[in-house]
Design a protein around this ligand. Structure first.
Ligand code: AMP
Length: 198
């Protein structure tokens, strides 16, 4: 199964992707996690991405497309994967199309978690508090000031993907304001319906 999870920062993509990993045994490919690992390891990519990420802006398409293209060729992606936080621009969405068609594979579904913006800042603040309480590092961009920029970037560059996938007949929407369990159940229903349609 190859799936894209769309939605603004704080929509719950990571949480839901993690649950799907457990259920379907396919990896979650989070470009945010991969970039944070690169920053942590101080690689060339990490050095180039750090300031951009700290400011809440998007890292260049060339960098993220290259990271994902390399990642999907790894053995654990053979049965499928969940793209979380990628694609985030129309250029990236086109890159996904060519990456998959070059490999003779295709996307199964694109699921958008639809949320109320007003709830998002609260979720991000809570995520930072939870990480702190658990003794985990707090993401530098999980604060209200940077979050505003992340949301602006989302509307400018990522929100158009909803129309892009809708036009291709691939978009499914799920109410991301429901409880975590209810969102998971709705996603699973969408996936089951997609599997039946194939
Ligand atoms: P996330 O963990 O998905 O919220 O991503 C954290 C940050 O990493 C974003 O604010 C961007 O700076 C960067 N990032 C993650 N994924 C992408 C992407 N697909 N395109 C560009 N930048 C990205």
């Amino acid at each position: 199964m190859r799936l894209i999870l769309l939605g603004p920062p704080g929509a719950g993509k990571g949480t839901q992707a993690q649950r799907l990993v457990d259920k379907y045994g396919i990896p979650q490919l989070s470009t945010g996690d991969m970039l944070r690992a690169a920053v942590q390891a101080d690689t060339e990519v990490g050095k180039r991405a750090k300031a951009v990420m700290d400011a809440g802006e998007l890292v260049s398409d060339a960098i993220v497309n290259a990271i994902v293209a390399e990642r999907i060729d790894q053995a654990d992606c053979a049965k499928g994967f969940i793209l979380d936080g990628y694609p985030r621009t129309l250029v990236q969405a086109d890159a996904v199309e060519s990456m998959l068609s070059d490999r003779g594979i295709s996307l199964d579904t694109v699921i958008e978690l639809v949320v109320d913006d007003r709830a998002l800042v609260g979720r991000i603040v809570k995520r930072a508090e939870d990480a702190k309480a658990a003794g985990q590092p707090v993401r530098k961009d999980d604060n209200p000031a940077v979050f505003e920029e992340r949301l602006r970037e989302y509307y400018k560059k990522t929100a158009p993907l909803t129309g892009y996938y809708y036009a291709k007949g691939r978009l499914k929407t799920v109410d991301g304001m429901a409880s975590i369990d209810a969102v998971t159940a709705e996603i699973e229903a969408v996936l089951a319906a997609a599997a039946k349609a194939r």
